[in-house]
Design a protein around this ligand. Structure first.
Ligand code: IMP
Length: 503
């Protein structure tokens, strides 16, 4: 009895353990498809992509058995040979625009750069289609040139295969666009599932009708299947995009779209490792590494977080500081002291350093008010920045802008594909900046952000998207630290109220 008992005990323990494992697996499975957070959404999308690939592999397995039976081993081998070339080259013909879609679309949406978004949605597809067609033509020429050295039976299937490449280009980008909107099914099933099913159905039909089912027929049907599902994907994608993207002007930043993504680099570049070591050694405040994460020193430890994002405006406290004797009659108390300015400029510089670690920005200073802020800020940024200036004059009274802006000095630099950071002294109504933003966006920079030192509280007449703000100040006319009245007081070290304005 004892021996029976001792045998049963481990078995029941084993059963309990298996049951616990099973319950755990069920719970994990449930968690995968439930929950409302971002990470649960990502898990579900990854799960959907995984399932599609598994289904695709299963279809491919049965397709191979059926096709080999319908075509005979030799013709099937020829077809597989030709189609392998299509798959090999097809993966590259979109020029990387498929993965660029997943980088640029979320970025354009977040920064509300809708002209660039619309430009990408159509431009990237035309670009991929065009480049893939050129590659297809080059492929056909290569087949022609190499044909004397090839098995004659492979030549026609290879020619036909070239015709598939333009659709691979289109599919690659459309798949990236669909996935960036989390439409995983629309992104993946046309090529992975539907194309194979259409191919099988048409080949089965040809076989049933007693038509020739050789490598040429299979390759032609393969191309027809790819065309039909890619065009179907195009129609469905366009219909869905109408629902999420409002019509409007388009802007193109082709150079930026085609530039290889450093965020995709794996493992991290040696430059990123060196920057993190700098942070660890206290030589840098923070840095950004591949994938947009920021590494900072927090107390004595390294903290990894998401990009620094928006810098919160800091409210100033009224502080007393001396006004030089030559300004006593017109210059009032400081609104922002020289010390507060110096400290905040360093903070802004550190945030910009972290955010643009992968690609140094072009700083665009707006003369003349931003000249001092620009020179301090540029030195607080630990990156090889480029600097350019433009001068604008706004029509209006001495202390009020009208929003009608004249460009007095334009930029020297070409903005196309650059990461532009506008450095502004002060935002009052916001009309000047609003005008500048539109003016600069038309030159197709890769990104366009604003760093404003001062924002007057409650005065803005247009919505503004300010990534970096130094201080919000009460609504009064101010001078100093670059700001003037009739060209005077720019050289005050602090920002002061201008008494004579009567505000
Ligand atoms: P906005 O168009 O009303 O935002 O005005 C912005 C421009 O007006 C700034 O770039 C400054 O040149 C100027 N400005 C606005 N408020 C002040 C101020 O208080 N002191 C000096 N200049 C100002």
């Amino acid at each position: 009895m004892a021996s029976i008992g001792s045998e049963q005990a481990p078995r029941s323990r084993w059963l309990t353990l298996r049951q616990a494992e099973l319950n755990g697996a069920i719970a994990r499975g449930r968690a995968l498809f439930a929950g409302g957070g971002d990470s649960s959404l990502m898990r579900r999308l990854a799960g959907a992509a995984f399932i599609i690939r598994v289904v695709s592999a299963a279809i491919a397995f049965f397709a191979q058995i059926l096709l080999a039976r319908w075509m005979g081993g030799y013709e099937f081998g020829l077809y597989i040979y030709a189609w392998t070339w299509v798959l090999l080259i097809g993966g590259m013909v979109d020029l990387g625009l498929g993965s660029a879609a997943q980088r640029f679309i979320p970025e354009y949406i977040e920064h509300r750069q809708f002209a660039l978004l619309r430009g990408f949605l159509s431009g990237s597809r035309w670009l991929a289609l065009g480049s893939a067609s050129i590659i297809a033509a080059a492929g056909a020429v290569a087949v022609k040139l190499l044909s004397p050295y090839m098995d004659p039976k492979t030549i026609v299937p290879l020619y036909v295969s070239c015709a598939a490449l333009p659709m691979f280009g289109l599919w690659g980008v459309q798949s990236g666009i669909a996935r960036s909107y989390n439409w995983v099914n629309l992104g993946l099933t046309p090529n992975y599932v539907q194309r194979q099913l259409v191919l099988l159905a048409l080949m089965g039909l040809a076989f049933a009708l007693g038509l020739r089912t050789d490598a040429v027929t299979a390759t032609i049907i393969g191309v027809i299947a790819l065309f039909s599902v890619s065009i179907g994907q195009l129609v469905v994608l366009n219909r869905r995009l109408v629902g999420v993207v409002a019509p409007g002007p388009k802007a193109y930043a082709v150079r930026g779209w085609l530039a290889p993504s450093t965020a995709d680099a794996h493992p991290p570049s040696s430059a990123a490792v060196a920057r993190v070591l700098d942070v660890a050694a206290g030589r840098r405040v923070a840095t950004q590494v591949e994938g947009g994460r920021t590494v900072r020193r927090s107390a004595s430890r390294l903290a990894v977080g998401e990009g620094s994002g928006r810098v919160r405006p800091v409210k100033t406290e009224r502080a007393v500081s001396s006004v030089p004797s030559w300004g006593l009659t017109e210059v009032g108390e400081p609104v922002v002291t020289a010390e507060a300015l110096a400290e905040r400029v360093l903070e802004l510089g550190a945030a910009i350093t972290a955010d643009y670690a992968d690609e140094a920005p072009l700083l665009v200073g707006v003369l003349k008010g931003a000249m001092i802020f620009m020179s301090d800020l540029a030195r607080a940024i630990d990156l090889p920045v480029d600097v350019d200036f433009m001068a604008v004059s706004s029509y209006g009274s001495a202390t009020r802008t009208s929003g009608v802006v004249r460009i007095v000095k334009d930029l020297d630099a070409d903005l196309a594909g650059r990461h532009v950071l506008v450095v502004e002294d002060i935002i009052d109504s916001g009309l000047t900046l609003n005008y500048l933003r539109r003016y600069l966006a038309a030159r197709q920079p890769a990104s366009l952000e604003v760093c404003a030192l001062l924002v007057k509280e409650g005065e803005q007449r247009v919505p503004l998207d300010l990534r970096y703000v130094g201080f919000t100040i009460p609504s009064a006319f101010v001078v100093g630290y670059g700001l003037d009245v009739d060209e005077r007081y720019r050289n005050l070290r602090a920002v002061h109220v201008y008494k004579a304005s009567g505000v």
